[in-house]
Design a protein around this ligand. Structure first.
Ligand code: DON
Length: 573
C-alpha cells in the first residue's frame, strides 16, 4: 500500500524524511511548491487526495476527497456521522479560514438525560447509542468546503470514497482491535451488525469491508449537496433510526444544521507564525497559553528534566483554564483576550517554581481516568501553496456504535465532550462547568487542533487525534520542528502530556530517560510511563528555501501514509 507507480508523475514515498526538491536560486524563497504533499492516517485516503489533484483539483478538493475516504476506510476514527474542523489557507488571496463542522446537541439531549437515578453521570448513555450522538456536521462541512473553495464538483471529489465504500477495502489491525473493544455496543444495533459483521463474525484483518448503504448516502450527498443528507431520504432514515433506538432528533434540527466559518487564532512564537483552531476547540487557546508561558525561556538551553518540568507546568495551567472557561463561543462568553494575553501568561509563569511541581489541586480541581486513541487528522499542501489542515472525528472508537439502518452512517458519540455533569471527567479525563454544559444547538468543546505554522522559509500543516492529548501533541510537534527535526521525525517523536487533572505526567516509553524521570520525581512530579503510545500525527512541510516538500506520518499507525508527488515539468505552475 505504501508504493504505487504513477503515469508520468515523479513519485516519492515519504515514510522517511526524504524530500523532493526543485531547486530555486540560492537565497530566494520559492513562490510555489514543486508539487503536492498529503499525509493522512490511511494510504487509500492519501491516494484519494492525489487522484483528485491529478484531475485538476486544488488542496480543498483534495481535502474533501481525503475526508470522505477516511470516513469510509477509518470508521473507527471519523465519518459522515461525525464532525470536524477544516483549517484552510488560500495561497492566492492569503485568506485563512476555519471551517467549523462540529456536531451540535439535539434539544432533547439535556444534561438531565445523562444522569442516572443517583444523579451520577450515566456513562453508557453518554458514550453509546443514540443519546450520545450530536447532529452530524461533517457532511455539511464537505459540501461547504467544496462549494466555497474547491474547483471540482462533489461528484468528482466524493468518487474515490464512493468507490471504496462500494467495492470495499481490506480490514487492518486497528479496525479489528477497535471492534473487539467496542463489540458489545456495536452488536446491540441491527444497523451496525449489518455493516460490520462479515458472514456473521466480527471483521478481521484481511476481510473486505463493503459499505453499500454508505456508498449510496455519499452519492446522494454528491448529487444533492446539503439536502442529500440533512433533508429527504437520508434524513428520514436518520430520524427513524435514532427514534427506533430510543433517541430523539427532529427534522428541523437536521435541516437547521449550519457550518460556521470562524477566524482562526493566530499568534507568534519565537519566529513562527502559528494559525490554529479557535473555540469551540480548546486547542488553539490552550496552545497559545502554553507558548506564551514558555516563550520567555530558551528551552533549547535547558536540560531535559528542566525543560519537561517547565513545559508540564505550562500545560497544567492551560488545561485548568480549559476546564473553567472554554465552550461554544456562540453560547458562552469566553475571556479570550485575557486567556491569550502575554500579561496573563506572565502571571501564570510567575507562579511556576523552577524546581518544584505545583500540585494541581492548588489550582482548584478534582480527579480523573484514561483515554483511547481515535479521530483522524490529515494535512495537504498543493502545487499552488494552498493548505488544508483538517481534524475530524466520531469521538471514541466507532463513535456511538450505532449505524442507522439503510444509511451506512455510523453516528458519533460527541455528546460526551460536553460537561454533562459539572466537574465529572469525561472519557478523556477532562471536565468542565457551565461554559461547556449542553444546550440545544450548542457545539461541544473540542480539543481538535488543526494547525498551520509559518516561518520565514517554511510552511507546515500539522494535527493529530488523541482527545485531550491532541493539544500537547501539536504543541510538541511545533517545538520539534522549531528544533530542526524533519517531518517524519516530528511525527515519530516520543510524547509527554499533562492535563492538570489527573495530576500526572503521561510519558511514552522512550520520552524521558531514567535520570530525567528521577529529577522530575524529585521536583514533585508523578510520571506514568505505563500507558500505550498515543496519537496519530500527520504533517506536511514545504521548505521554501530548498523548494522541497516532505511529509511525516505517525509510525504508531502502520497504515498511514505521507507522500509527495511532483507533476511532470510542463504542468508546474
Ligand atoms: O473533539 C474532541 O476533542 C474529541 N471528540 C476528539 C476525540 C479523539 O481525538 C479521540 N481520540 N482519541
Amino acid at each position: 500500500m505504501k508504493t504505487r507507480s504513477l503515469l508520468p508523475v515523479v513519485l516519492a514515498l515519504l515514510f522517511g524524511s526524504h524530500a523532493l526538491a526543485a531547486q530555486p536560486a540560492a537565497g530566494v524563497v520559492a513562490a510555489h511548491p514543486p508539487g503536492a504533499a498529503i499525509a493522512s492516517a490511511h494510504a487509500l485516503a492519501t491516494e484519494a487526495g492525489f487522484e483528485v489533484l491529478r484531475q485538476g483539483g486544488n488542496a480543498f478538493d483534495a481535502a474533501v476527497a481525503v475526508s470522505a475516504a477516511l470516513s469510509v476506510v477509518e470508521p473507527i476514527s471519523s465519518g459522515i456521522g461525525g464532525g470536524g474542523f477544516f483549517l484552510l489557507h488560500d495561497a492566492r488571496s492569503g485568506k485563512r479560514v476555519f471551517v467549523d463542522a462540529r456536531e451540535v446537541a439535539p434539544a432533547a439531549a439535556t444534561a438531565a438525560v445523562f444522569l442516572d437515578a443517583d444523579g451520577e453521570l450515566d456513562r453508557d448513555r453518554a458514550q453509546n447509542g443514540p443519546w450520545s450522538a450530536g447532529i452530524p456536521g461533517l457532511p455539511a462541512g464537505l459540501v461547504h468546503v467544496s462549494r466555497n473553495y474547491g474547483r471540482l464538483p462533489l461528484s468528482v471529489t466524493l468518487a474515490p470514497a464512493i468507490r471504496l465504500a462500494r467495492e470495499g477495502f481490506p480490514v487492518y489491525e486497528r479496525l479489528e482491535r477497535g471492534y473487539g473493544t467496542r463489540r458489545e455496543v456495536m452488536e446491540r444495533y441491527p444497523g451496525t451488525r449489518a455493516v460490520f459483521l462479515v458472514d456473521g463474525k466480527p471483521p478481521k484483518v484481511g476481510d473486505i469491508l463493503r459499505q453499500t448503504d454508505l456508498a449510496r448516502t455519499l452519492e446522494l450527498l454528491a448529487r444533492d449537496g446539503f439536502d442529500g443528507f440533512y433533508r429527504g431520504e437520508v434524513a428520514r432514515k436518520l430520524l427513524k433510526g435514532v427514534k427506533d433506538e430510543g433517541g430523539q432528533w427532529t427534522a428541523r434540527e437536521l435541516a437547521g444544521y449550519r457550518v460556521v466559518e470562524r477566524e482562526p487564532l493566530s499568534f507568534d512564537y519565537r519566529g513562527l507564525r502559528i494559525t490554529t483552531a479557535p473555540p469551540p476547540s480548546s486547542g488553539g487557546v490552550a496552545m497559545e497559553q502554553i507558548f506564551n508561558i514558555i516563550g520567555a525561556w530558551d528551552l533549547a538551553r535547558l536540560d531535559d528534566a528542566q525543560r519537561t518540568h517547565l513545559l508540564v507546568e505550562a500545560m497544567r495551567r492551560a488545561y485548568r483554564d480549559r476546564t473553567m472557561y472554554l465552550g461554544d463561543p456562540d453560547f458562552v462568553t469566553i475571556p479570550l483576550a485575557r486567556l491569550t494575553s502575554r500579561d496573563y501568561a506572565a502571571g501564570l509563569r510567575a507562579g511556576i517554581h523552577p524546581q518544584r511541581a505545583t500540585p494541581s489541586d492548588l489550582l482548584p480541581a478534582l480527579p480523573a481516568p484514561l483515554e483511547d486513541e481515535e479521530t483522524t487528522h490529515f494535512s495537504i499542501i498543493d502545487a499552488e501553496g494552498n493548505v488544508a489542515s483538517t481534524t475530524q472525528t466520531v469521538n471514541l472508537l466507532y463513535g456511538s456504535g450505532l449505524v442507522v439502518p439503510g444509511t451506512g452512517v455510523l453516528l458519533n458519540n460527541e455528546m460526551d465532550d460536553f460537561a454533562l455533569r459539572p466537574a465529572t471527567p469525561n472519557a478523556f479525563g477532562v471536565m468542565g462547568y457551565a461554559a461547556n454544559a449542553p444546550a440545544a444547538g450548542k457545539r461541544m468543546l473540542s480539543s481538535m487542533t488543526p494547525t498551520l505554522v509559518e516561518s520565514s522559509d517554511k510552511v507546515i500543516a500539522i494535527g493529530a487525534p488523541g482527545g485531550s492529548r491532541i493539544i500537547t501533541q501539536v504543541l510538541l510537534g511545533i517545538l520539534s520542528y522549531a528544533e530542526g527535526l524533519d517531518a517524519q521525525a516530528v511525527a515519530a517523536r516520543p510524547r509527554i502530556h499533562h492535563q492538570w487533572m489527573p495530576d500526572v505526567i503521561s510519558a511514552e516509553a522512550d520520552a524521558l530517560d531514567a535520570a530525567t524521570m528521577t529529577a522530575l520525581q524529585k521536583m514533585g512530579h508523578t510520571v506514568n510511563t505505563a500507558e500505550r503510545p498515543w496519537g496519530n500525527l500527520q504533517t506536511v512541510m514545504w521548505d521554501r528555501k530548498a523548494n522541497a516538500l516532505s511529509g511525516g506520518s505517525d509510525p504508531r499507525n502502520p497504515v498511514g501514509e505521507a507522500r509527495v508527488e511532483l507533476p511532470p515539468a510542463a504542468a508546474q505552475p
